[in-house]
Design a protein around this ligand. Structure first.
Ligand code: HEM
Length: 539
C-alpha cells in the first residue's frame, strides 16, 4: 500500500527561495511577461459599471481605502450603488456589495481558486508536492472528513497541549513580579500553535522533532499568500517567480519529505502494534490523529505514497498554523483593548465548569450507589477539562470570537475570477477574465447585526442563534454556500480554547504601548502586528 520513502530535504519558505532562481530564466521570463501583459484583462467590458473617482493626486484607490476603508466604501456605495470598479492592489477590480455578493459566492463561474493561482500560484504550489489526482475539492473533503468530524476528540487534546505550550513560551517579566511579558506575541504564539497542531494532527513523537515544527512553520508561510490581502500587490513578475520556484524547487515536496522522514518510524511502529494486537486477539487502540485517519483511508483518497499523503497533510496543517496564529494573536489584542469583558468571560467559564463538575460528581455517586465501578470516563482529574461539550456551553466566548471576526474582517476581500461572462441579477455583466472583490462592509454593518454596528460589542450574538461558525449574508469572513471555508470549524474551536486558557491564567492583558492598539485591532489576516503584551496572572 504505502511505499515508505526516505529522502529528507529541508524546506525553505518561498521567499527565501527567490534568491535561488537561476539567471538563465531572464530571457524566458521577458517573453512570458510580454505574452501575459498583452492578454491581461482589466475591468469587465460592461461599460455600465462606474469607475470610482480618484482623489486629486492619487493614481489608485489604495491610499483613500487604506486611510479609512469604511468612509471610502460608504462614499462609493452612495455615489455608484452596489457594483463599481476600482484600482486597488495594483489590479482593476469590480467591487460587488449587498445581495449580489451571494451570486458571486454561489456561482461556480466565479472562481477563488483561479484567482489564487493567477496571482500567488497556489495551485502550482500544491502541485509542487502532490502526486495523486489532486484538486482543490480533495482538500475540502480531507478537512471535512479528517478534521471537522473529529473536533470533539481533538478539543481536549488541543487544550492540554496548548496549556503546556503557553506556560513554556510565555515567560516571567523580570521587571514586575506578577506580570509576564510576551515580546513579539505573534512569534511566541506561532510556536504554540505549530506545536499544538503537530501533536493533534501528526503524533506527539513526530511533534518532538524540531525539523518538523520548522517545516510546518515554513509551509504555513508559503500558504499565507492564499489570502491575497493586506500588503499584497499584484505583480506578474512575482507570480512568475513563484511559479518558477514551484516548478524548479518543489517546495511542498521538500516539506513533505521532512514529514515522511519523521513519520516513517511512527507509522512502522503503529503497524507493528496493530499486527501484534491482531495476532493476540486484543483490540488495538487506534491513535486518534489526522495522520492515522489518512493512513487508514489511503486507498479511498488515492494517495500514491507516503510523500503524497504528507504533502496533503502539510497543506492542511500549514493553513491551520498560518490562520490560527493570526486569530489567537488578535484574540489577545481584543482582550487587551477591551479589558472590561474579561471578568464576564471568566465568570462564564467558572459557571460552566462548576456545573459540569457537579454533574460528574452526581454521576459518580449514582454509580457508587449502584455498586458499579467509576470508570476512566468519570475520573475526577478531568472534571474541569476544556472538552468540546464545555466549550459549546461557553456562549459568551463564542459571541466574542464572532464579534472579533465581524469587526475586524477586511472590508474588501475574497476575490474571484470570472471564468466566463456572468450576468448578475441586476442585469450587470461581469465579463470573462475580470476579477471581482466582495465588499463585506454592508454585510457586517447591516442592521441584521443589531445596533452600534461600528462598535465592538462582544455580546451582540448571545442568545441569537448565531454561532461564530455560522455563515450568512450578515457574516462573510468565511464566504457562504457550498464553497464556504471548511477550515473555520477547527480555527474557531482553537480560538475559543486559547481564549479560555488565557482568561483562566491571566486577569489582565495589556498592550504596553497604547498607540499601537488601533493598528492591532484592525490588522489584516496574516499581518497581526508585533506589539508587546503584558499579562498579569490571576493568582
Ligand atoms: C481565519 C481563517 C480563515 C478564513 C478567514 C478563511 C476564509 C475563507 C473564505 C472566505 C473562503 C471562501 C472563498 C470562496 O468563496 O471562494 C474559504 C474557502 C476555503 N478555505 Fe478558508 N479561511 C480560513 C481558514 C482556513 C483553513 C485553516 C483552511 C485549511 C485547513 C482553509 C481551507 C479552505 C478551503 C479548502 C477553501 C475552499 C473551499 C472550496 O472551494 O470548496 N481555510 N476560506
Amino acid at each position: 500500500m504505502i511505499g515508505l520513502l526516505s529522502s529528507p530535504a529541508n524546506g525553505m519558505p518561498i521567499g527565501a527561495m527567490q534568491a535561488a532562481i537561476p539567471f538563465g530564466l531572464g530571457l524566458a521570463s521577458a517573453a512570458y511577461m510580454a505574452t501575459r501583459a498583452a492578454s491581461a484583462p482589466g475591468f469587465s467590458t460592461d461599460k455600465r459599471i462606474p469607475i470610482a473617482s480618484l482623489r486629486p493626486g492619487d493614481s489608485s484607490h489604495d491610499d483613500e481605502y487604506n486611510e479609512d476603508p469604511d468612509a471610502f466604501l460608504e462614499r462609493c456605495e452612495k455615489e455608484y450603488g452596489p457594483v463599481f470598479n476600482i484600482y486597488l492592489l495594483n489590479m482593476a477590480l469590480t467591487v460587488i456589495s449587498g445581495p449580489q455578493a451571494r451570486e458571486v459566492f454561489t456561482n461556480e463561474s466565479f472562481s477563488g481558486n483561479d484567482v489564487r493561482e493567477k496571482h500567488v500560484r497556489m495551485r502550482s504550489y500544491f502541485n509542487s508536492g502532490r502526486k495523486s489526482n489532486f484538486n482543490e475539492i480533495t482538500i475540502r473533503t480531507l478537512i471535512r472528513e479528517m478534521v471537522n468530524r473529529f473536533i470533539p476528540t481533538y478539543t481536549p487534546k488541543i487544550a492540554a497541549q496548548m496549556n503546556i505550550d503557553i506556560d513554556q513560551e510565555i515567560v516571567h517579566c523580570p521587571a514586575e513580579k506578577e506580570a509576564k511579558l510576551v515580546v513579539k506575541p505573534r512569534l511566541a504564539l506561532q510556536k504554540i500553535i505549530a506545536n499544538t497542531m503537530a501533536h493533534v494532527l501528526f503524533d506527539p513523537e513526530i511533534a518532538k522533532d524540531r525539523k518538523v515544527i520548522e517545516t510546518l512553520i515554513s509551509a504555513s508561510a508559503d500558504l499565507g499568500p492564499a489570502f491575497i490581502n493586506g500588503n499584497f500587490r499584484a505583480s506578474k513578475w512575482r507570480a512568475f517567480v513563484r511559479w518558477s520556484n514551484c516548478k524548479l524547487l518543489h517546495p511542498l515536496r521538500n516539506h513533505a519529505q521532512t514529514l515522511v522522514e519523521a513519520s516513517t518510524p511512527v507509522i512502522r511502529e503503529r503497524r507493528r502494534l496493530e499486527a501484534l494486537a491482531n495476532e493476540t486477539g486484543v483490540e488495538w487502540e487506534r491513535p486518534d490523529d489526522v495522520l492515522q485517519h489518512m493512513v487508514d483511508d489511503f486507498d479511498k483518497y488515492g494517495f500514491m505514497d507516503l510523500e503524497d499523503l504528507c504533502a496533503h497533510l502539510l497543506i492542511i496543517a500549514g493553513m491551520y498554523v498560518y490562520t490560527a496564529t493570526d486569530i489567537v494573536t488578535n484574540m489577545l489584542y481584543y482582550l487587551a483593548a477591551f479589558p472590561q469583558y474579561m471578568d464576564r468571560l471568566f465568570q462564564e467559564q467558572q459557571q460552566v465548569l462548576d456545573t459540569i463538575q457537579a454533574e460528574r460528581e452526581q454521576a459518580r455517586q449514582e454509580r457508587s450507589r449502584e455498586g458499579k465501578p467509576i470508570g476512566d470516563d468519570l475520573d475526577p482529574a478531568h472534571d474541569r477539562d476544556l472538552t468540546a461539550a464545555a466549550i459549546k456551553k461557553m456562549i459568551y466566548m463564542d459571541s466574542f470570537v464572532r464579534e472579533v471576526f465581524r469587526f475586524r474582517t477586511e472590508r474588501l476581500g475574497i476575490m474571484h475570477l470570472a471564468l466566463e461572462d456572468v450576468t448578475l441579477s441586476s442585469g450587470i455583466m461581469i465579463s470573462k477574465g475580470s476579477t471581482v472583490i466582495i465588499n463585506t462592509r454592508p454585510a457586517h454593518q447591516s442592521s441584521e447585526n443589531g445596533e452600534d454596528v461600528t462598535e465592538f460589542r462582544p455580546w451582540r450574538f448571545v442568545g441569537k442563534n448565531k454561532a461564530a461558525t455560522k455563515v450568512g449574508m450578515d457574516y462573510l469572513p468565511f464566504g457562504i454556500g457550498s464553497r464556504s471555508c471548511p477550515g473555520r470549524f477547527m480555527n474557531i474551536q482553537e480560538a475559543k480554547v486559547f481564549g479560555e486558557l488565557m482568561i483562566s491564567k491571566y486577569s489582565k492583558i495589556e498592550i504596553p504601548d497604547p498607540s499601537k492598539t488601533k493598528m492591532a485591532l484592525y490588522a489584516r489576516l496574516g499581518e497581526a502586528i508585533d506589539t508587546n503584551l503584558k499579562l498579569t496572572s490571576r493568582d
